[in-house]
Design a protein around this ligand. Structure first.
Ligand code: MN
Length: 253
């Protein structure tokens, strides 16, 4: 029996996760463990300083009062301990997760956690426009998961998939693009005269060829393979001068 763990960062009651769970239910036994409320932009955050509560909502559907990373941990290390999932699927997120924004994304961070636990994973995010539907993305999810299960996905597989709101014009494998705007902070005053802030700014993107951003702009499903090795390999040979500067600190004994 194929077991699929489904999670997200928009919350267990969001439309995207319901359609995703239904679409994948045809391919195996789906267990949903997701935050009890919106946790978008929670990043790869793990709750260590307060207890977590898990609540069963319906058959094989659970909410957790924590982050997507908490959900994957509780599911894999406790709920599904004896029969771990073959695949973790996160989404379908309300809004794209493109370029460097994957570092803020709770949707994608759930798949980072799956990678750390040795389980192949897939993050799915839907571009939002005035008229959009999660239905095509649910179809994309079903097809990709079916193929990945047939292909025996490696444990470190992590695919970040974004689905355009335009009619689907095929799919393309991409690299992460780059956001070009600098985040702005809006300063306001509360009724007691104290300062407060909103992190704001309208995203602008570089739609360089071959990126996830360009794919979405052209109405294509974007599939970006990711991994958690953040090492800058180009930098490995570039910092001998820094090492030398610390040479005097070496213990001579
Ligand atoms: Mn979200």
């Amino acid at each position: 029996m194929t077991r699929i763990l489904v999670t997200n960062d928009d919350g267990v009651f969001s439309e995207g996760i319901k359609l995703l769970a239904a679409a994948l239910g045809e391919l195996g036994e789906v267990t949903v463990v997701a935050p009890d409320r919106e946790q978008s932009a929670s990043g790869h955050s793990l709750t260590l300083h307060r207890p977590l509560r898990m609540r069963q909502i319906e058959e094989r559907t659970y909410s957790v009062d924590g982050t997507p990373t908490d959900c994957v941990n509780l599911a894999v290390a406790w709920l599904m301990k004896d029969e771990p999932p073959d695949l973790v699927v996160s989404g379908i997120n309300f809004g794209c997760n493109l370029g460097e924004d994957v570092t803020y994304s709770g949707t994608v961070s759930a798949t980072f956690e799956a990678s750390l636990l040795g389980i192949p994973s897939l993050a799915l995010s839907q571009e939002v426009s005035e008229h959009f539907s999660f239905e095509p993305a649910a179809g994309v999810a079903r097809t990709l998961v079916e193929r990945l299960l047939q292909a025996d996905a490696p444990a470190d597989l992590l695919l970040n998939v974004n689905i355009p709101s335009a009619p689907l014009g095929g799919a393309v494998v991409t690299k992460l693009g780059r956001r070009t705007y600098s985040q702005s902070v809006v300063e306001k005053r509360d009724p007691r005269g104290r300062r407060y802030f909103w992190i704001a700014g309208t995203p602008e993107w570089s739609d360089e060829d071959g990126t996830d951003i360009a794919a979405i702009a052209r109405g294509r499903v974007s599939i970006t393979p990711l991994h958690l090795d953040l090492t800058d390999y180009r930098g490995l040979g570039s910092y001998d001068w820094l090492v030398d500067s610390l040479g005097g600190l070496a213990d001579e004994s």
